[in-house]
Write a protein that binds this ligand. Structure first.
Ligand SMILES: CC(C)(COP(=O)(O)OP(=O)(O)OC[C@H]1O[C@@H](n2cnc3c(N)ncnc32)[C@H](O)[C@@H]1OP(=O)(O)O)[C@@H](O)C(=O)NCCC(=O)NCCS
Length: 204
């Protein structure tokens, strides 16, 4: 298995399908199925801002990240209106705005981590997380962070094993609307600091 920084265009549709399958509960308003996510983001994701796991020409998993000024899922309202009917475009945009979050300048956010069902439990997710952390260190970031939806204890265990701790639990109407779950845990891990790019390749 290779963990690659970025993703080849040829795997983007597969990545969006794996992401939809993993996070269908986050794409409820205006979305009908994985094809809608593909329709929305084909040609408009920033393929540099992710890591992909590939084996034998198959995409096993993807980790997308966000920093201040960089993201994988680029939200462009004009594209949404060009690809969906006006009503659905409004609903899709509303869904995406609900999922938007602020990013601190010294923060590296793991936006989403998704492994194809048939490849789970084989350390693909762990390997993607480790590469992402190396990237965060090389960018001079101070912390990596992510959100875990309530009830996703398997994923939370994986992050705890990697040294992440819960720093906040958000609840309320908007959380439920955005995620379909009553709560979201924010988990964080402090990184070994170093000058930008000097620490590339260092394992945290
Ligand atoms: C969570 C996820 C990314 C883990 O990827 P993975 O490649 O299976 O993870 P690894 O093999 O490196 O580590 C295995 C750990 O993943 C967690 N895990 C969560 N769901 C799992 C599943 N369906 N099958 C296997 N492991 C799972 C477990 O904690 C497991 O460790 P355990 O032995 O303590 O139970 C993957 O299960 C997935 O894509 N789930 C759906 C999307 C999701 O929940 N993403 C995280 C959002 S915060």
């Amino acid at each position: 298995m290779d963990i690659v920084e970025g993703i080849d265009e040829e795997y983007v549709d597969d990545a969006l399908r794996v992401a939809y399958d993993a996070f269908a509960e986050k794409f409820r308003i205006g979305f009908r199925n994985a094809n809608d996510l593909i329709r929305l983001f084909r040609g408009s994701v920033d393929t540099a801002n992710c890591f992909s796991a590939i084996a034998d020409g198959q995409l096993l998993g993807i980790l997308t990240f966000r920093t201040a000024g960089r993201e994988f899922y680029r939200l462009n309202p004009a594209v949404v209106f060009a690809r969906f009917s006006p009503l659905r475009a409004v609903l899709v945009l509303f869904n995406l705005v609900l999922l938007e979050d602020y990013t601190e300048p010294d923060e590296f956010v793991v936006d989403s981590l998704a492994v194809a069902r048939s490849s789970r439990g084989m350390s693909v997710g762990t390997a993607l997380m480790q590469k992402a952390e190396q990237k965060a260190v090389s960018m001079g970031k101070r912390t990596t962070s992510l959100g875990v939806i309530g009830g996703n204890e398997g994923a939370a265990r994986l992050y705890e094993r990697l040294g992440y701790k819960t720093t906040r639990t958000s609840r309320g109407f908007l959380v439920r609307l955005a995620t379909g779950s009553p709560e979201v845990r924010r988990m964080e891990k402090p990184l070994v600091s170093g000058p930008p790019d000097a620490a590339a390749g260092r394992t945290t």
